[in-house]
Design a binder for this molecule. Structure first.
Ligand SMILES: Cc1cc2nc3c(=O)[nH]c(=O)nc-3n(C[C@H](O)[C@H](O)[C@H](O)COP(=O)(O)O)c2cc1C
Length: 323
């Protein structure tokens, strides 16, 4: 077994890691090689202080990037052993990956890996076709495989009860001018390598919408029309809510999203009810599950769209300076 990863292996895997989702596409991560291990670090300069005061969103994003990293290394035949938050004195180091026994990637790893460049947040209305039972089962299984749970809201009353919580959280957030300013700062109308392209933001929200859209989008839509008939809403949760639990949830999120993509499904995220403490507690109680909700997903059959930009790998690597 190799005892160290190389710069080339780091660079290749990070190309996939950065395709992970992040709040407002802030890409709050860095990667480095230290003593032969690949390390994932929080980039605190890219945290959103008004939207994400606790750093929850940063840890979810870094966890999602870590899942892509693990998958990329496994598919290259150099799987990793992972330690989360390995140095108590350095909480910004989210994970350390060292080479494990080399093996061939499984077909399941290969198909999830192939989904990485195809996944994107699809905020446009989904088709009315329901998500079939076997796809639902795969999604829940993806969360379980990463020590999390995925609760699929079944029936109109469960979805309506959730929507009520989500809309009230949305109203709370919208009252904060600093939150609104941060969102406006990260909507892009040029070809920036980060932020949410206005065209990816989805249609403008309307008062009659069941679920609140984050408000990136300004695409016109027919006034007075329902957004979509019956979205599948799923809540992803973890056992606890420590920093490590949030990194675990980020990995589970990415596994669920890639599983959705691999099943021909689209998804978008909806985290207002996670960001407002009271709403998150209401959501937890309404589900009657142990643990903490970490993300809400809207899943269905979507219209075509395209992946959003990312910064170049060289901008997120901390490499030793060569003499
Ligand atoms: C922690 C977290 C919270 C998010 N919350 C929302 C949200 O409430 N609404 C939304 O439309 N997208 C949300 N997103 C999706 C990001 O905006 C999206 O991942 C980012 O813009 C990159 O685009 P992509 O997913 O198409 O790669 C969230 C993503 C993360 C990681």
């Amino acid at each position: 077994m190799d005892t160290a990863y190389t710069v080339e292996q780091l660079r290749n895997a990070v190309t996939d890691a950065v395709r992970a989702p992040s709040l407002h596409n802030t890409q709050p991560w860095r990667f480095r090689l230290r003593d032969g291990g690949i390390e994932v670090l929080v980039d605190a300069s890219r945290r959103l202080p008004a939207t994400d005061p606790s750093g929850w969103g940063v840890r979810i994003a870094c966890g999602a990037a870590l899942f892509n990293l693990r998958l990329a290394l496994a598919v290259a035949g150099t799987p990793a052993r992972v330690r989360l938050r390995p140095y108590p004195a350095e909480p910004d180091v989210v994970a350390r990956l060292v080479p494990d026994v080399p093996r061939r990637a499984t077909p399941a790893e290969q198909s999830l890996y192939a989904a990485i460049p195809r996944r994107f947040s699809n905020r446009a209305p989904f088709w009315p076709d329901p998500v079939p039972a076997d796809a639902r089962w795969r999604l829940a299984e993806a969360a379980r495989a990463e020590q999390c749970w995925l609760e699929l809201l079944i029936g109109v009353s469960a979805v309506n009860a959730f929507a009520e919580i989500a809309r009230s959280a949305h109203r709370v957030l919208e009252r904060d001018p600093a939150y609104r300013a941060e969102r406006a700062d990260w909507v892009r109308t040029d070809a920036a390598p980060d932020g949410v392209p206005a065209a990816a933001g989805g249609p403008r929200g309307e008062p009659q919408d069941l679920l609140p859209s984050r408000g990136f989008g300004g695409l016109d839509r027919a006034p007075g029309r329902d957004f979509e008939p019956e979205p599948l809403v799923a809540v992803l949760g973890s056992a606890g809510n420590t920093a490590v639990d949030q990194v675990v949830a980020g990995q589970a999120l990415q596994r669920v999203l890639l599983t959705a993509t691999d099943s021909g499904l689209s998804a978008s995220m909806l985290s207002q009810p996670i960001e407002v403490a009271g709403a998150r507690e209401q959501l937890r109680l309404s589900l009657g599950r142990f643990g903490t909700p970490q993300m809400v997903l809207r899943i269905g059959y979507g219209q075509p769209g395209s992946p959003t930009p990312r910064r170049h790998v060289d901008e997120v690597l901390d490499l030793p300076v060569r003499p």
